[in-house]
Design a protein around this ligand. Structure first.
Ligand code: ATR
Length: 270
């Protein structure tokens, strides 16, 4: 019997998760299919109930349902509980769901070699995405500075996830802070509005934007022009998918193969 997997969200039509996971399922010979499932806000519980009547193995969960996913699970892994959001649910044989958050390990995998004794990290933004990063960085021994347009949200995030410093700053003050960092990570949704944050000279420091494609393109082009090494969020997307796949199948798939498929698909549509 073909098992079912998928990603639940709204919007979901442009998700690359089906491409990534179905590629791995084929590569590794699993009899399962991964579908994009459009579920509007308020309909999450109903969607899970429907899936429970099918041969469901697990689902990824994205906006706007990550907090609902955590709430719906009977067993919550510590990372998901601390972050307050789950992006991976697994259906257990006893009829209950288990919640994980693979955004945190996916981020650490994507950012590569970093060292709390030498690197200073600044996170831009204090929304849902920033929470997983602050959690991951705190666990890895960092005390990141969180800069956010709304200062109270940066402070709340720092307080919730512990060991972090937050500094509120208006956007035109960001630039002054950025010179104290060796790594700057942009989690804001500014790119969706076409806005670009002005950066100081990069001097070969790392600018990591967790968006990808046309949303991060202008910001990353600006970073490169100012002399920053830069990275988009595609590796993080594929890495979080790989950790979800490992939860479901106990086998870690090829991040390189997933990335190649995503880059090819993005090239084909631009
Ligand atoms: P996500 O789940 O992707 O993190 P979110 O929770 O809506 O999305 O968070 C978006 C983040 O981008 C917030 O930190 C937001 O700042 P506020 O907390 O002040 O709202 C930030 N953001 C969005 N648009 C921005 C802009 N034009 N300039 C600066 N920050 C912006």
């Amino acid at each position: 019997m073909t098992k079912l997997l998928g990603v639940i969200g709204d919007p979901i039509a442009h998700s690359m998760s089906p491409l990534i996971h179905n590629g791995w399922l084929r590569d590794l010979g699993y009899n399962a299919n991964y579908e994009a499932m459009h579920v509007p806000a308020g309909e999450f519980d109903l969607a899970l109930q429907t899936l429970e009547t099918r041969d469901i193995l697990g689902v990824n969960v994205t906006l706007p349902h990550k907090a609902d996913a955590l709430r719906a699970a009977t067993t919550k892994h510590p990372a998901a509980a601390a972050i307050g959001a789950a992006n991976t649910l697994s259906f257990q044989s006893d009829g209950n769901w288990t919640a994980d958050n693979t955004d945190a390990p996916g981020f650490l995998r994507a950012i590569g070699e970093i060292d709390p004794s030498t690197d200073k990290v600044i996170i831009l933004g204090a929304g849902g995405s920033a929470r997983a990063l602050v959690y991951a960085l705190s666990k890895a021994g960092f005390s990141p500075i969180i800069l956010n347009r709304t200062i109270a949200k940066a402070q709340a995030l720092a307080g919730d996830l512990g060991g972090t410093k937050s500094l509120g700053a208006s956007l035109d003050q960001y630039k002054d802070y950025l010179d104290s960092a060796t790594i700057v990570i942009n989690t804001t949704s500014m790119g969706h509005e076409g806005a670009v944050l002005e950066l100081p000279e990069g001097r070969d420091r790392l600018f990591f934007d967790i968006s990808y494609g046309h949303i991060s393109a202008a910001q990353l082009a600006h970073a490169a022009a100012r002399g920053w090494r830069n990275r988009d969020g595609l590796t993080m997307l594929v890495a979080q998918a790989a950790y979800s796949f490992e939860i479901w199948f106990n086998e870690f798939p090829s991040i390189d193969a997933g990335l190649r498929r995503c880059r090819a698909a993005m090239k084909a549509i631009t």
